[in-house]
Every structure is written in structure tokens, then in C-alpha cells.
Design a protein around this ligand. Structure first.
Ligand SMILES: *Cc1c(COP(=O)(O)O)cnc(C)c1O
Length: 486
């Protein structure tokens, strides 16, 4: 399989060439040259497979530069009951007539990002060893991504993680989850500033090309194709659980997806392009409704940081959807010149673009997309109602998905709502909704009382660079071990 850029750079690349990269050199995102089609017989054969084997079957259609035996071993070792809590890995449960919930959040950090990040950790370690290289992952987080990356990379050979977070601004649980990691290759850097300061520092370090090259700086952001590919697997797993073998591949179901950067639902789009019988992909946003506005109107209008609301489903608080360009490229029939004009020129010039009515209509008619939005009041009401009527406690992001699924579901439609986090991560909103604390998995009791490993730094790119140098034994200033203890 060859990979191409959405903006037209057609230098042929294979999977391992793009695994450790972010954007394509022309600023676009990588897409496979085509989507392999799965016929009904293959689909039925896959139904019986354990999750790790299913992952191997799907990944091997897109990866031809890792030996199949190795890829199979990586998939098997990643998706285990020990890490994800059940043999189903992403178990499905019925909620009410026509609505089911698929749990993607039973991994180590209790959010769906573990599904992809755990595999990425295994792939990175494998590929770096093969090349005899090492990598320093630099990232900024306000919550889920950073912890998922750290838990995926902890103890992995050849990889170090430098994760910037806004000092004192994440939830108590999220801070404890990250800062309690004691692994030598994980570096928590609490920056005296807000999340945007953290992101600015990552950008500043990344744009120092000499430093970047000399110190092997990389990232694990949501545009990474390997992350997206790993997420395709659970759409198949969900479909198998929601349909019966006797329907012989004819049964169509829909997915409702709490969305921010369009990574999760873009994987659903890929699954649908492969021929998985998906009726609709229902995009749910919170008050940051960039995507809902697009699917309703055909107008894509990115928001500045100041226009982005802080909400009670914080992992969906985005001003622009970084994976969206992939879908638009497919929508435009892979017209990469037009994609480049929209995302390169128009976005920079006008902060957005509008599609003609005929192209916009194809989002629904040809690609199955629908959308809706949810607010703080909606998500609190949905959490409360679901708890009172069904005894089922869901997190605020999943509540956004369920709210929109209920609103849009047609008679006789089966909708699978993707559960993207567990309520334990978002206690404040759960208490507001049901008047009591969410339960916590037993393994995480007392998390807040564990010793912490975290360094507080001023909001300065130089201070972060000094940390990276010190970890390589090259610097002096930051090497003294004064890790903050809470
Ligand atoms: C990241 C995240 C989302 C949004 O997923 P995207 O792939 O960015 O659309 C939704 N819910 C939770 C809990 C998340 O961590």
C-alpha cells in the first residue's frame, strides 16, 4: 500500500515511512492510495476472530512493510484482557430500543485514545529497534491525549516522552494519572501557563529544525495515520456485536461519535469506505460546533482560541478539526489541488471555506454523514436520565453522543453510541448530574495519594529544550533532581 498527501505530494511512501512522521512535507495529511474493499464472505469469516486477530487482518491490508508474523504478534500483544479488561476489548451493551453503547474506554487511562495509542507504542518500539534509532516525543496536553501517550510509551525502548501540561489546570484525577508515573522515560513538564502556552512551546521547539533533527523530536498527534487505522478496527468489532451472523452481511447499523478533531469518526468513514455496512455516521459536537455547522451548512469556519469554549466535555473543545482534511479530500473525489486550495489558501486567507450545495449534499447521500450538537444542560440531563431510567452511568462526552443519537435516530435504525471515556475521569459533572461521585476502577483507588514525578517549568521553549538535553546527559542546568512532590 502506498500513501499520498491530501495536498498532492505523490512521492510514494509506505506505512513505516509515515509511521514516525506528522504532516506530509506539503502540509497535507497522508491517505492510503485506495481503500481495500471487504466482501461479505470475508466479513463473515472475520466475525469469529478475537479482537487482536481482527486488528491484524485489517492492518495487514494497509501495512506491507512489516513481516506479517511480526505484525500479528504486535496486534495480539496489544489487545489483551489484561490491558482492556475483557476479551471483547470493546464490549457492546444495549441501552434502550435501537440504541447500544460500545465501550472504547476500558484501557489504562479510561478514554478511547488508548485504543490507538497502545498499538502506536508497540509499533514505535518495533520500528525504532529495526532502524537502530531513538525518538523523543514532545507533546502538549490538557488531558486525555497526554496520559494515553504516556501509558502507551512507558518503559518502551528507544522512546522518551516529554509531555507539557498547564500547571494546576487539569482535573485532579488527570494530574494524578500522569504525574504518578515513575518510568524513567516519561517526563511530565508542568508549564506555568495555559494550554495554549504549552502548544506554543511545542511549535517553537519543532520549528527549530536543527534542534529537532539533532535530538530526534517526534510527536503522536491525532493526525498520525497509524492511530486512525487502529481505530478502524473497533467499528468492525461493533458491527459484529450488533448484527447477527444470519443476516449475512446485509444488516446496516449507524454509529454516533462524540467528536473533536474528527479522528474517531474519520476511522468510521474509512471502515464504511471498506464496505462495512454502516448506514450513517452521526457526528456529535459540544458547544464547539465547527463540525456540526459544516455538516448542516457546507460551511467550514475555524474558530480562534478565544472563540473556543471551555466545556464540561473538554476533550471535544476544539476550534478546528485536524483530521477533517482527510474526509474532504475523499468528498472531493481525491481532487488534491482543490483540497490544497481549501485547506492551504482559503483557511489562511478567510479562516474557512464554503462548499457548493451539490458537494455538500454528498456528505449525507454518498458518505452517510449526519450531525448534531449538545450543550452543558443537555449532557447533564442525559447523564441523569440514563442513570435514572437504565441504571447506566455515562461520561459527559458519551452523553453528547447519546443526546444527538436520540435526536436523530430514525424508526427501525440501530445506533451504536461510542463510549469515549469513563465517568470516573469527570467527577465534577457526574456529581452535578446525579448527586454523587462516579465509581472508580479498583486499580485506580488512591491514585491522588501516590508519589508524583513532575517538574514545574516557566513557559519557555529554552527551559523545555534544557530538559531534553539533560535527559540525554548533554545538559547541566536542569539535571539536578528536584522533582516536585505533592
Ligand atoms: C479525544 C476525545 C474525543 C474526540 O475524539 P476526536 O478523535 O478528536 O474526534 C471525544 N471524547 C473523548 C473522551 C476524547 O478523549
Amino acid at each position: 500500500m502506498k500513501y499520498l498527501s491530501t495536498r498532492g505530494d505523490a512521492t510514494p511512501r509506505r506505512f513505516c515511512d509515515i509511521l514516525l512522521e506528522g504532516l506530509a512535507p506539503d502540509g497535507g495529511l497522508y491517505l492510503p492510495e485506495h481503500y481495500p474493499r471487504i466482501d461479505a464472505a470475508t466479513l463473515e469469516r472475520w466475525r469469529a476472530l478475537p479482537y487482536g486477530e481482527l486488528a491484524f487482518e485489517i492492518l495487514s491490508l494497509y501495512i506491507d512493510d512489516i513481516a506479517p508474523a511480526d505484525l500479528r504478534a504486535l496486534c495480539r500483544q496489544t489487545y489483551t484482557r489484561a490491558v482492556f479488561g475483557s476479551d471483547a476489548i470493546t464490549p457492546l451493551r444495549p441501552l434502550e430500543a435501537g440504541v447500544l453503547v460500545q465501550a472504547l474506554s476500558n484501557g489504562p487511562t479510561l478514554a478511547f485514545k488508548d485504543m490507538a495509542m497502545q498499538l502506536l507504542g508497540a509499533l514505535f518500539e518495533y520500528e525504532l529497534a529495526r532502524r537502530g534509532e531513538r525518538l523523543n516525543i514532545l507533546g502538549a496536553t490538557s488531558g486525555d491525549t497526554g496520559s494515553a501517550a504516556e501509558y502507551a510509551m512507558r518503559g518502551k525502548h528507544g522512546v522518551q516522552v516529554f509531555m507539557l501540561s498547564p500547571h494546576g489546570r487539569m482535573s485532579r484525577f488527570q494530574q494524578a494519572q500522569m504525574y504518578s508515573l515513575q518510568d524513567a522515560n516519561i517526563h511530565n513538564l508542568a508549564i506555568e501557563g495555559v494550554f495554549d502556552d504549552c502548544q506554543d512551546i511545542v511549535k517553537a521547539v519543532g520549528s527549530d529544525l536543527a534542534f529537532k533533527r539533532a535530538h530526534h523530536i517526534g510527536s503522536v498527534n491525532s493526525i498520525n495515520w497509524a492511530r486512525l487505522l487502529a481505530q478502524v478496527v473497533y467499528y468492525f468489532a461493533g458491527w459484529f456485536q450488533a448484527t447477527s451472523a444470519s443476516a449475512r452481511g446485509g444488516e446496516r447499523i449507524s454509529f454516533a461519535v462524540p467528536s473533536g478533531n474528527f479522528g474517531n469518526v474519520c476511522a468510521g468513514h474509512v471502515a464504511r469506505m471498506m464496505g462495512l455496512p454502516i448506514e450513517r455516521l452521526i457526528v456529535a459536537t459540544n458547544e464547539n460546533d465547527v463540525l456540526d455547522e459544516f455538516f448542516r451548512s457546507g460551511r467550514y469556519r475555524v474558530r480562534a482560541a478565544a472563540e473556543t469554549h471551555e466545556t464540561s466535555s473538554p476533550s471535544m473543545d476544539i476550534g478546528k478539526a485536524s483530521n477533517f482534511e482527510r474526509f474532504v479530500c475523499d468528498l472531493l473525489g481525491r481532487d488534491t489541488a482543490r483540497t490544497r486550495a481549501l485547506f492551504g489558501t482559503e483557511l489562511a486567507r478567510a479562516g474557512g471555506f464554503a462548499l457548493d450545495a451539490a458537494t455538500h449534499a454528498r456528505c449525507a447521500s454518498a458518505f452517510g454523514f449526519a450531525s448534531g450538537r449538545s450543550t452543558h444542560a443537555d449532557r447533564v440531563a442525559t447523564i441523569r436520565d440514563t442513570w435514572q431510567r437504565h441504571g447506566d452511568l455515562i461520561d459527559p462526552h458519551t452523553a453528547d453522543g447519546l443526546k444527538v443519537a436520540r435526536e436523530l435516530r430514525r424508526p427501525d435504525e440501530t445506533v451504536v453510541v461510542l463510549e469515549t471515556a469513563l465517568p470516573a475521569k469527570f467527577a465534577v459533572t457526574i456529581v452535578e448530574a446525579i448527586g454523587r461521585e462516579p465509581p472508580r476502577p479498583a486499580a485506580l483507588e488512591g491514585l491522588e495519594y501516590l508519589p508524583r514525578r513532575c517538574r514545574v517549568l516557566p513557559a519557555s521553549a529554552d527551559a523545555v529544550k534544557a530538559e531534553i538535553l539533560a535527559s540525554e546527559g548533554l545538559g547541566g542546568a536542569a539535571a539536578a533532581g528536584d522533582a516536585a512532590r505533592a
